[in-house]
Design a protein around this ligand. Structure first.
Ligand code: PMP
Length: 433
């Protein structure tokens, strides 16, 4: 069955299929960190549905919440009507928000995907400000619908002003650290204030507190506070995309808590649906100027996702999984640091909480601006394959697909964390011959 399924998939599915190409497995069962393939092999899954599975696969509290809705006879599809399931989800979500935001916050349910919520955020700030342009950052990833794509780093679209995102290891200013971040902030200020820059005041600015697809790049807290200050002073709504960083992933319930910034619009998806599709924006009450029907969409009321999501949010809060992610992530990062000390092909290790990245570089090449050597995408692909051979599923990301990304569930044990790192270390040693 295993080979046949893979063969039919490669014949029938689009050339754009991505994960399936680098991970030729046929999952049939999954629990927690572990996936079992149709060939009977077991894998440790550090992809977690592209960062969706805060509690891992098929967590009992998530399954129980889903079963409860299914058994109750409640409607599964009900557009945006009020239901007890939705009420419980919104109550749980609001209890986790930064208090300054929660005080006036409004929520808009969007389509099922993160990209739907990004589109809604753009439309909201355009409606509220009467302006049109957007500001986004190099290396960003916001989704695959037209405007979200236009605001994403790899896309060659016009209409969005791109600003430098502080990237310590490959600092665009060649300095790295806080100085690089401050120069990036001044660049932004200058574009907005110099009336000869050609940049008109935008409707909003969107950023990720840690770039995920962009290569696991945590923004310094000081830079995030500068972005908050710069946008607040100029009346520009700040949209923070926590689609990937939310729900404990970075070691705080929401990544904005690290820097203390309060966004005007928060974009949420992935883990908030407890592994089912759900996406929302939560925003400052006075931005809620759009008219009834101004933003619609058929699939904005997935009751199963709301139930699974509410159970996930409650579990993460009650079991303090954000703190656990912080502690375990710090330990894993320290071990990745010693791995880097033994391998010249590891240029950088970084991350926040359980959002970790290992950047592979060409060990024989000369260092460029700022001391970073060229990225090594082929080596990264070899490491990914070697991981799979050792029963470890990892994703690649970053500008050159040379960053091995670890996004394990927040529920993993110390032993599981060790097993992940043992296998990764072994895979890197094998690929680095
Ligand atoms: N924003 C961020 C930060 C993301 O990481 C992603 C998905 N990786 C998206 C938006 C888009 O979400 P979706 O794929 O559900 O449209």
């Amino acid at each position: 069955a295993h080979e046949g399924i893979l063969r039919r998939q490669s014949l029938r599915e689009s050339a754009a299929r991505t994960y399936a190409r680098s991970l030729p497995i046929v999952p049939v069962r999954a629990r927690g960190l572990t996936i079992e393939g149709a060939d009977g092999r077991r894998y440790l899954d550090c992809l977690s549905g592209a960062g969706t599975l805060a509690l891992g696969h098929n967590h009992p509290v998530v399954l129980e919440a889903i079963h409860k809705v299914l058994d109750s006879g409640a409607p599964l599809h009900i557009l945006d009507l009020a239901t007890p399931v939705k009420d419980a989800f919104v109550t749980e979500l609001f209890a986790t928000l930064p208090p300054e935001l929660a005080e006036t916050a409004r929520i808009q349910f969007c389509g099922p995907a993160g990209t739907d919520a990004v589109e809604a955020a753009f439309k909201l700030v355009r409606t509220a400000t009467g302006r049109d342009g957007l500001m986004a950052f190099s290396g960003a990833y916001h989704g695959m619908t037209a405007q979200a794509l236009a605001a994403s780093g790899g896309a060659r679209h016009t209409g969005v002003t791109r600003l430098p995102y502080p990237y310590d290891y490959r600092c665009p200013f060649g300095t790295g650290g806080e100085r690089g971040a401050e120069l990036a902030a001044r660049w932004t200020e200058n574009l907005l204030d110099d009336d000869k820059s050609g940049v008109v005041p935008p409707a909003g600015m969107i950023l990720e507190p840690v770039q995920g697809e962009g290569g696991v790049i945590p923004a310094p807290d000081g830079w995030l506070r500068r972005m908050r200050q710069i946008t607040a002073e100029r009346g520009i709504p700040l949209i923070v995309d926590e689609v990937q960083t939310g729900v404990g992933r970075t070691g705080a319930f929401w990544a904005v808590e690290h820097s203390g910034i309060v966004p005007d619009v928060l974009v949420l998806s992935k883990a908030i649906g407890g592994s089912l599709p759900l996406a929302v924006i939560v925003y400052r009450g006075d931005l809620d100027v759009w008219q009834p029907g101004a933003h619609a969409g058929t699939f904005r009321g997935n009751q199963l996702a709301m139930a699974a999501g509410a159970a996930t949010l409650a579990y993460v809060r009650e079991h303090q999984l954000a703190r656990r992610a912080q502690e375990l992530g710090a330990r894993m990062l320290a071990r990745l640091g010693s791995l880097a000390a033994h391998h010249d092909c590891i240029g950088d290790v970084r991350g926040r909480g359980l959002m970790l990245g290992v950047e592979l570089v060409d060990r024989d090449a000369d260092a460029g601006l700022g001391g970073a050597r060229p990225a090594a995408p082929q080596l990264a692909a070899a490491v990914q394959r070697a991981c799979l051979d050792r029963g470890l599923i990892v994703e690649l990301g970053g500008r050159h697909s040379a960053v091995v990304r670890l996004l394990p569930p927040l529920t993993i044990t110390d032993e599981q964390a060790d097993a992940i790192l043992d296998r990764l270390a072994d895979a890197i040693a094998a690929a680095d011959r």
